[in-house]
Design a protein around this ligand. Sequence first.
Ligand SMILES: [Ca+2]
Ligand SMILES: [Ca+2]
Ligand SMILES: [Ca+2]
Length: 249
Amino acid sequence: MNKISIFRSLTTLILSIYLLAGTGSAVLYKGVDFPGGASSFADEVVSYNPSAGVLGHDNASMALGIPDYTDNTNYVSLGDEGTLVLKFTDNSLTTSGNENKDLWIFEIGEKFESSDVYISKDGTNWIYTGNTSNYTTGIDIDAYSEGVVLGEQYSYVKLVDRLPHESDSPTAGADIDAVGAVSSNAAVQTKADVTVSPEATDTTVPAVADINADRFICFRLSSIRNFLIIALLIAGAIGLYLFKKRKGN
Ligand SMILES: [Ca+2]
Ligand SMILES: [Ca+2]
Ligand SMILES: [Ca+2]
C-alpha cells in the first residue's frame, strides 16, 4: 500500500465517522425535529379541569406521547378557559441557551384555539411562557429569563385555554394532541428514586449529576465533530502535498 492509498483510506474513514457522529437519533414529528425522539413528549396527566362542551373529547391522556391525531381522535379538548397540567417523567424540559424553540404544543381542529403556556419545576410555582400562536407552536423558554433559569429542569407544563369562545360542543376550547420538549434533559429524580431517610419530606431533587453528564456528552460530541473537521483539513493538506510531490517526481 503506497502513501496515496493509505491517505485515501484514512480520509474515507474520517469522513464516515464524521457523518455518523452528526446523525444522532433525531426524529421529525409534524416537521419538528426532536433529538430525543418519542421520550421527549409528556408522559403523565397531573390534572385536567375542562369547562363545558367537551363531552367525548375529555380524555386528557390523549395529549400524552407523540402527536398522533387522526380521524378526529387522539386529542383532548379544554373547553373555554379549561386547564390541563402534564408532566414529563422520563425526561424534562430545559433551556437551549439560545433562541431555539424548546417546548412545542400541537393543537388540532377546524379552528386554531390559543392557550396560555406555563412551565414549572414542582407543579406549584408556575412561570408564564407566552401563548400558542398556531396549530404547531414552538416556545423559546430562554426568552422568559425573569423566571426561567439556564440549565434548569422543568417537569410540568400547564395549558390554559384562552378566550374568546371559538368552537362549540363537543370540541370547545383548545384541542391538544401533544406537548413535547425539543430541549429535553434527563428526568428529574425524586428522593424516592434515590432512597433517603424516612423523615425527608421534600420529594424533588434536581439531578445535577444528570445535567452535567448530558452537557458532557454534548460537549464530547461537538468536540469529536470539531476534531474530525480539523483532521479532514490536515488530511487534505497532506494529500495535496503527496500529490504535488508525486507529480514533481
Ligand atoms: Ca417523556
Ligand atoms: Ca431556547
Ligand atoms: Ca395525542
